[in-house]
Write a protein that binds this ligand. Structure first.
Ligand code: FES
Ligand code: FES
Length: 186
């Protein structure tokens, strides 16, 4: 039997109550079984498919981590965003506004079964936030998007619509590309 440890972390902006868990528990299990946040998906369980990807908000900004191979021992005290934390909700928990990334995925019909979608939302959102700090020339956007989404596996749609949706959000958002007159000093 695993040794136990007490963990607490910030999930979608809210600090969790300290809870005792097995010290070899993975973040994905913690989210699903202790917090009932089931939007983060279990795919390969080996850090390969990125269905379980969540955003880690750390000192270097938003970075994607695979929750299936991220231990709670490491996650303890850190901050994460799951797919439940992207859209805005009213007091009853109803979605009132989705993010530009989520809207673009809807507009482009990027997914079919949607099993992979939470991971793509995390990867695309983290990229958008990275470009807010460190924009790239417009001509480099396709390559940057491909690199950022390259580890996410989708069995349904062939990736192109996810890539095009993310590209279009970036190109349509002021400040994410350099040389557009808005990113530098304005
Ligand atoms: S389920 Fe985590 S990477 Fe596949
Ligand atoms: S939409 Fe089905 S796995 Fe991606």
């Amino acid at each position: 039997m695993s040794a136990m440890m007490t963990v607490s972390m910030t999930i979608n902006g809210t600090e969790t109550e300290p809870v005792e868990v097995p010290e070899d528990l993975m973040l994905l299990e913690f989210l699903q079984e202790y917090l009932n946040l089931t939007g983060t998906r279990y795919g390969c369980g080996q850090g390969v498919c990125r269905a379980c990807a969540v955003i880690h908000d750390g000192p270097r900004g938003a970075r994607v981590v695979p929750a299936c191979v991220t231990g709670v021992a490491w996650a303890d005290g850190r901050a994460f965003r799951t797919v439940e934390g992207h859209a805005e909700h009213d007091a009853d928990g109803n979605v009132t506004a989705v993010t530009p990334v989520q809207q673009a995925f809807l507009d482009h019909f990027s997914f079919q079964c949607s099993y992979c979608t939470p991971g793509f939302v995390a990867a695309a959102q983290a990229l958008v936030e990275r470009l807010e700090v460190d924009p790239v020339p417009a001509e480099d956007v396709e390559g940057v998007v491909l690199e950022a989404l390259n580890e996410n596996i989708c069995r349904c749609t062939g990736y192109v619509r996810y890539l095009e949706a993310t590209r279009d959000v970036i190109l349509a958002t002021p400040g994410l590309t350099s040389g557009d007159g808005r990113a530098e000093g304005s």
